[in-house]
Each structure stands twice: as C-alpha cells, then as structure tokens.
Design a protein around this ligand. Sequence first.
Ligand code: UTP
Length: 464
Amino acid sequence: MCNRDLLAILRQHGQEHLLSFWSQLDAGQQKSLAQQIGGIDFPLIQKLFAQRQRQSDFRDLALRAAQPAAFRLDASKNRFSPAEARTRGQQALVAGQVGVILVAGGQGTRLGFNHPKGQFSIGPVSGRSLFQIHIDKILATARRYRVRIPLYLMTSPATHEETLRFLAAHDRFGMAEEDLRVFCQATMPAVDAATGQLLLESRDRLAVSPNGHGGMLAAFAESGAMADAQGRGIQQLFYFQIDNPLVDIAGAECIGYHILSDAEMTSQVIAKRDPLEKVGNVVDVDGRLMVIEYSDLPEDVASKTNPDGSLTIWAGSIAVHVFDLDFLCRAKDQADSLPYHFARKKVAYIDSTGRRVESADANAIKFERFIFDLMPSARNAIVVEVDPASAFAPLKNASGAAADTPESVKAQMSELHRQWLRKAGAEVAEGVAVEISPWLALDAEELRGKVRPGLKISEPTFLE
Ligand code: UTP
C-alpha cells in the first residue's frame, strides 16, 4: 500500500498522525509500518473507544448473584465424591482424551523480568524454570497414564521468539516435538485515553500489546492447534497460566467432576479469605456462571454473608479451567463471545515532535479479552474448590512486594513439599528448602513408599 492509500484510510478514522514521520523512514521501516497499520481494525477500535465509559451495572449483577454450582473441599454435600471423580478423570486420561493449554503470552510487567515469565527460575532448590516444572508435570502425568498429552502453548509477539529459542535450547525439556505446539496470540493497539488516537512506540512502530488471555480462543483456532487437538481425539483441555507452579496439571479429580457434571467449562476456585480479595468472583446470575472482577464488586455486597457466617460471594477464580473441545469450537464461531475489557495503563509513546514521552499517569487504554468470559456460554458450568496452599502460588510481583513474589512462591512450594515428605514418613527440619521433582512424585500419595521412613532432611534437598 502506498502512502496516499494509507493516508486515505487513516483520515477516515482520524488517525493520520501515524504517518507523521513517514518521510524520515527508510523503505524497510515504511513497509513494516504500513503492514502494522494494514492489520488494524480501525472501526473496531473506534467502536470500543466510544464504549469506554459504558459500564455494566455490577451492583445489580452482584445483588442478583447466587452461589455457583460447586464441588467443595468439604465434599459432604457434593453430588459426586472425590473418589468417583478421580476414577472418571483417570478413565479420560487413560483414554488419551485430555490435552493441555498453557497461556504464556503476558508481558509480566509487574515481575520486572526481561524475558518470558516461563524462563524465570522458581524451583526453590533446583532453580528450575516455570517452563520446565510445567513440562515435567505433563510428561510425568503422561507416563503415569501411559499416554501422550499434547501441550498447546500460547505465546504473544512479546514472548514468541525467545520462548521458541529457550525451549529449543533445552530440547523442549524432553517433550516430543509433535506433542508441543506453540501458537502466538494477536495484539491490540493502545490508544490515547483522551483522544482515542493510536500511539506510536517509535517513529515506525505502533504501540501494541497482547490482546489478553482471552486471545487464546481465536489464536488456538487460527493457528491450527484446535484442528490438531480434534485430530488426536482430544475431548477435554486443561487450561492454566504460566505463573502458578503449584497447579495440579490435568488432575484426574478436577477432570472427573467436569465430565460427571456434563459441564462444558469448569473453573478451579479458592474460598476467599477476605471479601475484597483480589481474585475474580465466580457467581451464578440467572442460571449462568460468570465472573465479577474484584474491582467491580461493591464492598457492601462483597461482605454479605450466609446464615452460617460464610461469604455469599465466596468463590475466587484462580484462572485454571477445563474446557470441552467441542465447546471451544462452538464458541470461536460466535463472534463477540468474548467482549473486550478496557485497562488504563501507562504507555510510553512518541509525540508529534518525535519526542519520547514517559507519562507519569495512566495515559492510555489497552483492550484485552479474558478467557473467563466464556463461562456464561457454557452448558452446566461448575466450579471446583481447591486448597490454595497446595494449588495456587502465582508469581506476579518482583522481590520486595507484599505478596506473590519469587520468595513467597518458593517458600510455598517448599512448605508443600515438606508436608508431602512428612506424610511419607520423613523427618524434615522446619523451614529447610525442599523440592520434589514431578518425575519422583506428582502428589503426596505418589511419594509414599518412595521415601525411606525416618529419612532425615536438615539441609536444602532436591529429590528426583
Ligand atoms: P497477568 O494478567 O497476570 O499478566 O496474566 P502478566 O503479563 O503475567 O503480568 P503483568 O500484569 O504484566 O504484570 C495472567 C496469565 O495470562 C497470560 C500470562 O502469560 C499469564 O500466564 N496472558 C496474559 C497471556 O497469555 N496473554 C495476555 O495477553 C495476557
């Protein structure tokens, strides 16, 4: 496309400033800028910007919110017992009908690590990376059930190339090439919060960022990963995020509850300890499950309690889900099944004089899709409660922050593994760092019998 054609398109949408530096660019830069501009859906951006003030009435939604269909940790009132669920989940795993989706396209800005988060060394003793810990678990699970479990790994343009290089340099941590499919999500441009104009990151580049973990749905389909899963006979996909090393990947019990409930989507939740805890709240509104974000939940409604004193809105999402593959196929055909959310963020940009501006305030709007917005479209969606101590340790923040730091995550991993060891008969000194390789045991049960009773551990130990 030549400059004149581009200008005509941009003028229609009030975005001609994007060509301000055109005459200063060399041919390669012009081509790449033109390509980026050609990929932008300007009418969509305009529509989203116009809707930025429109807010759902979250008070009304929250007041109508009932408790979601749930499998609680106290299983006494559950429709199916944990043992029944495990048996059903194991059958699905043995049949090779379970695959895994890992989303790792985020920029990890809060952690302040200048590489894909999956490369972060988090093993409290081994120093193993998040990628390795997750892949070890998937391979150990595949070995347990004597099947292949495909991993569909989502990256973004921000993490794609480096992730591929890292995985290749480590021989995919032992995963067969045909079982690992890396697919890249799309981006959305950031716009000026006051004017809706797209921002330039440099004279020849738009400021863009990954389109949210909800970008998984389109990317999974468009990359051919969905067709690959169909071709393998996959029926359920276990979805999780890169930042949680404790997640029980493809755990039989969770998959079992999903199948026994004939659910199309299952979400793991924790019982909130604080009404305003910073997790999405899974609720039932008019017979459909949905998430109300903590920032949208009015404080007085959040504090409502049941007659026994427990929170009414109790279920905090930890962003671990099971999806029926058929459901994802159907959802991707329903345009707008995932709405865009708006986030005000600080975004550095080039102003009209070519000067780089680092704004002190949130100057821009980013548009993101969230995967949990699939919930209301799912038949029989359910939640499964997990114990945060054994299933949820998200790595979000840099050292020194109040929570979710490398230190707190490592401490939680060590504490869990100390408990497993003690249950297996070992004597472990309080506070000593321990780590159990997924290849040795995926849970406390599996560790039993693999540890010499009376084994004394008093210094940092990695068992594999
Ligand atoms: P977060 O919302 O915690 O974002 O992502 P983040 O990028 O890790 O960290 P900050 O907010 O920049 O500090 C939760 C999960 O969703 C993935 C992330 O990789 C992480 O696993 N994600 C997020 C994507 O895959 N794509 C996105 O566009 C956003």
